[in-house]
Design a protein around this ligand. Structure first.
Ligand SMILES: Nc1ncnc2c1ncn2[C@@H]1O[C@H](COP(=O)(O)OP(=O)(O)OP(=O)(O)O)[C@@H](O)[C@H]1O
Length: 244
């Protein structure tokens, strides 16, 4: 909770009167995010309201009952948006299904949020996601780049916020178990099989040797010595980072 509050403060993620849409996959991270934001809504000086939005891409049948009950218990309006993303991907014979699925899912999530009057969309990305994304971009695309705690999407007029940006994944695993939160089975057939899983192993390998690695990584992102980076390539040489 301390880390979440600090990230929210450091990056001014929540303003008085905000209505926040929480993107919920049913996985542990987004369910933990729902629980913690509901707690902050009810017991902190922050004054905001929230809704939960789940995009069902139609990979398989999922019983969302436990999640809907959980939302109702904590007074969080729950919206399920069904869209045949899985069918679209199968019809296209897509060779990068994760990227297309993520794009379509995000579009649906942001549009639903806007239609509900939400100008902030909260996502459950945590510190391990930040580090893994950095390494994915480094290794596969040759970029020093990862996602930010807050991003303004001008086209949609919304801020994406990532309140778990300072929180290591292990803390969320413990939190979810301790609170007995209702985590649904993965919606996605590719879960755990992506390139990200390989990066997870590498991050864990380094952290075993250097226990403060994750924390150091976070502070490093806030202490970039730009003057020591190399001369940048011209924009026409820019092939873009990985779409992660
Ligand atoms: N189907 C979905 N509907 C709404 N929001 C989603 C959905 N899938 C992912 N998100 C949002 O995007 C974030 C990152 O998605 P990702 O697929 O990387 O999930 P993850 O790291 O496995 O997290 P989680 O444990 O919440 O599934 C999630 O934490 C959630 O906020």
């Amino acid at each position: 909770m301390r880390y979440v509050k600090r990230a929210i403060e450091d990056y001014e993620m929540i303003a008085p009167g905000d209505k926040i849409a929480v993107g919920v996959s049913g996985g542990k991270d987004s369910v933990a995010l729902l629980r913690i934001l509901a707690h902050l809504r009810d017991y902190s000086h922050l004054s905001f309201s929230m809704v939960a939005i789940m995009i069902d891409p139609g990979w398989k049948e999922v019983d969302i009952g436990p999640l809907a009950d959980f939302c109702s218990k904590f007074d969080i309006p729950f919206y399920l948006v069904k869209h045949p993303i899985a069918r679209i991907i199968a019809a296209k014979g897509e060779n990068n299904p994760c990227s297309l699925c993520a794009k379509l899912r995000s579009g649906l999530l942001y549009s639903k949020a806007v239609s509900l009057g939400c100008r902030r969309v909260a996502l459950g990305h945590h510190l391990d996601d930040v580090i893994e994304t950095f390494f994915l971009n480094l290794v596969h695309a040759g970029y020093l780049r990862t996602f930010r705690p807050v991003v303004y999407l001008e086209r949609m007029g919304i801020h994406l916020i990532r309140p778990f940006s300072y929180v290591p994944e292990s803390a969320l695993v413990h939190f979810v178990a301790r609170e007995g939160l209702p985590v649904l089975p993965p919606l996605c057939p590719y879960a755990g099989k992506t390139q990200r899983a390989a990066m997870k192993e590498i991050v864990e390998f380094i952290a075993q040797r250097y226990p403060y690695f994750r924390e150091r990584f976070r502070t490093a992102l806030q202490n970039v010595s730009l003057a020591d980076l190399w001369k940048q390539r011209r924009p026409k040489d820019d092939h873009g980072g990985l779409d992660l």
